[in-house]
Design a binder for this molecule. Structure first.
Ligand code: NI
Length: 157
């Protein structure tokens, strides 16, 4: 396993669309392992492959309930209205914005062996799922932020 470099906001690479994963091999597993290690090292709760320079639809998330790997994830349901809360991104260190996200989502994805599964997420998990899935189509949280937090507000966090 290895820590990979995180692509920073401003790099046009982050705006590219990721392609579907069709081969579930050692190369994919190594990518997923490296992504998890890179996310934990950076104290993040989620990371998309595009953020380590790979245009594949692969995401890792751990909001404190254990690691989840999602391949080719698709949001299939949004429920409970929208919640406005602070959100950041490992590609934009030290910056946070208020972003509306669904309270609850259901996501269909494949695991690292290509087996389908469904994950349901509330609150922070729903936010992380939406944020990372956005990365796969080149969207970043600032595109949806209603405003960015000031230095003073971030210090209070
Ligand atoms: Ni992000």
């Amino acid at each position: 396993m290895a820590i990979r470099n995180i692509v920073r906001e401003g790099d046009e690479f982050l705006r590219k669309k990721s392609r579907e994963v069709t081969v579930f091999d050692n190369k994919l597993w190594e990518l997923l392992d490296d992504m998890a290690q890179t996310m934990y090292k950076a104290n993040g709760v989620g990371l998309a492959a595009v953020q380590v320079g790979v245009l594949r639809q692969a995401v890792v998330i751990d909001v404190g309930d254990g690691l989840i790997e999602l391949i080719n994830p698709v949001i299939t349901k949004k429920k409970g209205g929208e919640i406005l809360d602070a959100e950041g991104c490992l590609s934009s260190p030290g910056e946070y914005g208020m972003v509306p996200r669904p309270k609850r989502v259901e996501v269909r994805a494949l695991d690292r062996n290509g087996k389908p599964f469904v994950v349901k997420g509330d609150n922070l998990m729903a936010r992380a799922l939406c944020h990372e899935i956005d990365h796969l189509s080149g969207r970043i949280f600032k595109d949806l932020a209603v405003r960015m937090l000031s230095q003073e507000e971030m210090e209070k966090m």
